[in-house]
Design a protein around this ligand. Structure first.
Ligand code: AMP
Length: 230
């Protein structure tokens, strides 16, 4: 008798749990929460990877780094990786259609399943930015903000050479290749900020100082808490 009563009580709690969960899922389908999609922007060596990792944890975002995805393909020796290697090892940008194709797959797999995405190292050309806007629009979402890390050129070269000692990345060890990458940034990637400035999405953030302080500045921009008058 006692057993039956305990079983009945447990069943009731479990039922309530299942019922509440069903209501929660129903509500999130009727009123989906807006995704928080951000671009972490800046030249090579500005700390995008480090900061993306920290922001992803705080805001529960999916981190998509095209550099990491391309290095994975390179390591696997896939046809895409072998094609990309020719550009990457020389500090040049990989063709747009290759990276846009990778992003399309990632969005297909993840939109609707994650709270938001932090893009790191993408988009790097205006054509990539336009393709990203279109892909997100198809999924009824958009880029919320572009956080642009600002770091002086000498500091960038110093950081990249320093990283090259331990990263095992061929493109970090040679100063000529570093200069080529910075050249690609200035001639092709910097224009991406102009693309997003048209819709007032760009926030410049000082990328020098301690890692902690830089994260705080980025978070303040995301939270709309920069102490500036709106
Ligand atoms: P990263 O790790 O972001 O510095 O990227 C390393 C290298 O991968 C770059 O120098 C490019 O050769 C290539 N790469 C990464 N992301 C992109 C992109 N969005 N467009 C073109 N090339 C890219």
């Amino acid at each position: 008798m006692q057993n039956t009563r305990r079983y009945a009580r447990e069943l009731t709690i479990a039922d309530i749990f299942v019922f509440l969960r069903a209501i929660y899922f129903k509500l999130t389908t009727i009123f989906p929460k807006e995704m928080l999609n951000i671009i972490l922007f800046g030249p090579p060596g500005s700390g995008k990877g480090t900061q993306a990792y920290r922001l992803k944890e705080t805001y529960n975002l999916l981190h998509i780094s095209t550099g990491d995805l391309l290095r994975e393909e390179k390591a696997k020796g896939s046809p895409l990786g072998l094609e990309a290697k020719k550009y990457m090892d020389n500090g040049l940008l990989v063709p747009d259609e290759v990276v846009i194709g990778m992003i399309r797959v990632k969005l297909e797999e993840n939109v609707g399943k994650v709270a938001g995405i932090i893009f790191d190292g993408f988009p790097r050309t205006v054509a990539q930015a336009e393709a990203l806007d279109k892909l997100l629009e198809e999924k009824e979402t958009h880029i919320e903000k572009v956080l642009a890390l600002e770091v002086g050129e000498d500091e960038l070269v110093r950081r990249l050479l320093e990283r090259g000692k331990t990263s095992g990345r061929a493109d970090d060890t040679n100063e000529d290749k570093i200069r080529t990458r910075l050249g690609e940034y200035h001639s092709k990637t910097a224009l991406v900020a102009g693309h997003y400035a048209k819709s007032d999405k760009v926030r410049n953030v000082l990328g020098e100082g301690s890692i902690e302080d830089i994260t705080k500045r980025l978070a303040a921009e995301l939270d709309g808490d920069t102490g500036e008058e709106e």
